[in-house]
Ligand binder design. Structure first.
Ligand code: HH2
Length: 255
């Protein structure tokens, strides 16, 4: 799953694809690089981000969804029912839902649905997140959401642990180390580690520097965790650097 952020403020590529033509060209380039799905989003969910009004989000994503849907499977990355509905009408066939609340939209439209785990909302989620057992809590939550979606008639349901969404570095590592427990539910797992802050923290620790390495310098960590995810049984990874991720995945696929 390649990422097209039609936003001014996404954490790693904000502002680069706010222009519709640039976003569509980027989506096409991701397909050429090997993406099977292109995930179009019009609202950053980075820690501390402010919500985007519905009309603004629609204006950002709909022309991009329309242009890419004939070329590739498009998922819509949104927390809003109105945006998900309009994007599916424009050609998206997967609702990538970081709020895990939109399964009724998927049921009503026939789209697939990704339920992602997030603690709280992006504005506040990184304020001291705590779990008794993060993997147990995330798995229980996701299975409950997936069961509700299946009961509502959604035929394609994915689960995603939501790396970085209300989690410390230790929580993210625990979820990765025990990813097999999510895979063991039998539900297809989507994993998003690409360029995330915990990778910058780990790389900085290894280098002995205080500040996390910037998002553009997190490629090796992104690739390593993508391959780790596939090896643990994840069926899809969400990536900004698609060509490198596909090449890395292919290198171990034969195993
Ligand atoms: N991560 C981001 C956004 N959407 N969706 C799923 N299913 N899983 C993820 O891990 C995930 C996601 C954050 O990355 P990005 O879109 O690049 O940044 P921003 O939220 O700042 O736009």
């Amino acid at each position: 799953m390649g990422v097209v952020n039609v936003t001014p403020d996404s954490f790693s590529d904000g502002g680069r694809y706010l222009d519709h033509a640039a976003a569509v060209a980027h989506g096409r380039a991701l397909v050429a690089a090997g993406a099977d799905v292109v995930d179009v989003g019009g609202e950053s969910t980075r820690p501390g981000a402010d919500p985007v009004p519905v009309p603004d989000e629609l204006e950002r994503v709909l022309p991009v969804v329309e242009a890419l849907a004939p070329v590739v499977r498009v998922s819509i990355d949104t927390r809003k029912a109105e945006v998900a509905e309009a994007a599916v009408a424009a050609g998206a066939t997967l609702v990538n839902d970081v709020s895990a609340t939109l399964h009724e939209v998927a049921a009503a439209t026939g789209a697939g649905w990704v339920a992602m785990h997030m603690r709280g909302d992006p504005k506040t989620m990184q304020r001291d997140p705590r779990y008794a057992d993060v993997v147990d809590e995330v798995r229980t939550f996701l299975v409950e959401r997936a069961t509700a979606a299946a009961a509502a008639g959604v035929e394609e349901v994915w689960i995603d642990p939501g790396i970085g969404f209300g989690k410390t570095v230790a929580h993210n590592l625990e979820l990765l180390a025990r990813l097999d427990e999510l895979v063991g539910t039998g539900l297809p797992v989507l994993l998003g580690t690409s360029r995330k802050r915990f990778l910058g923290v780990l790389l900085a620790e290894a280098d002995g520097t205080a500040d996390p390495t910037p998002p553009g310098d997190r490629l090796e960590g992104s690739l390593a965790t993508a391959v780790w995810g596939y090896a643990a049984g994840a069926r899809m990874v969400r990536a900004h650097d698609v060509a490198a991720t596909v090449a890395a995945a292919r290198a171990v696929a034969a195993l």
